[in-house]
Design a protein around this ligand. Structure first.
Ligand code: ADP
Length: 261
């Protein structure tokens, strides 16, 4: 009964969201959270209404990336209020529920599933153009819950160019196929470095592996983001976008255009 009621609330919310996107990766450390955060900030800077939800229960990093560490989520009645990062960006992260941001979370599957569902049913998101969900690496409870709960959700898979990361991407693609979640496309992160002084491109970890994997698996290649210290600058709403190099901003725009095609 309660589960059904909650499912109804979740579906009511999802009806008001145009694009539902879960950002996944095969392995940790490829920049999944960084890409999810930058994508959300970029879209919101273009005037879209964006919700950013961190369901990485064991290693939430979005609060840190946006300079929200230590902030608690507030509730009004039964509704959880998201952080208002800007007029156009609402953020909810599991860190907002912790007494101390460094507390480890020792939660089993059913508890995690319950929390993720609650972030979809009880948060005062309002209507959104984009809901961007940052899920932990791999194919565990969290992406599974998202795939099964968020009707109409599409996956963006983040990888780095190295073969070891690409091997894990293939698992993510197969996971999406198994749970019938369409893959919106693949992003190759840390793809080369463009020297801000001379503008020339240096391939630090090689590049092009993401594009090849995407074509091998017949999924769209959305684009590549370079190594850019600006993407890791936590800051206020205005700062975050300004700290990207113009090259990264162009690539971001290209990725968004591809996503909206
Ligand atoms: P994941 O979510 O895949 O575990 P993170 O987003 O936490 O990875 O990124 C891992 C590390 O790499 C972080 O220290 C982050 O600041 C850095 N990083 C990610 N993407 C880039 C990039 N394009 N340029 C420079 N540093 C990056």
């Amino acid at each position: 009964q309660k589960f059904e009621e909650q499912s109804q609330k979740i579906n009511q919310f999802l009806k008001q969201v145009d694009h539902k996107i879960v950002v996944m990766s095969g392995k940790g450390g490829v920049g999944k959270s960084t890409v999810a955060t930058n994508l959300a900030v970029f879209l919101s800077s273009q005037g879209y209404q964006v919700g950013l939800l961190d369901v990485d229960v064991h290693g939430p990093s979005i609060a840190g990336l946006l300079g929200l560490t230590g902030l608690k989520l507030n509730a009004i009645g039964e509704q959880i209020q998201p952080y208002l990062y800007s007029d156009h960006l609402k953020v909810v992260t599991i860190q907002g529920l912790l007494e101390n941001p460094d507390d480890p979370l020792i939660w089993r599957g059913p508890v995690k599933i319950g929390i993720i569902r609650q972030f979809l049913s009880d948060v005062n998101w309002g209507p959104l153009d984009f809901l961007i969900i940052d899920s932990p690496p791999g194919t565990g409870d969290e992406p599974l819950t998202v795939a099964q709960t968020v009707t109409g959700c599409q996956a963006v898979i983040v990888t780095t160019p190295q073969e070891i990361a690409l091997a894990d991407v293939r698992k993510s693609i197969q996971f999406c196929q198994k749970v019938n979640m369409p893959v919106l496309g693949l992003i190759e992160n840390m793809s080369g470095f463009v020297c801000p002084a001379c503008g020339s491109r240096h391939e630090i970890f090689k590049s092009g592996g993401g594009e090849k994997t995407a074509s091998d698996w017949n999924i769209p290649f959305l684009g590549r983001l370079p190594i850019d210290p600006g993407v890791v600058t936590a800051g206020d709403a205005g700062q975050a976008i300004n700290s990207l190099t113009s090259h990264t901003k162009e690539e971001m725009q290209h990725i968004v255009d591809q996503m909206l095609q």
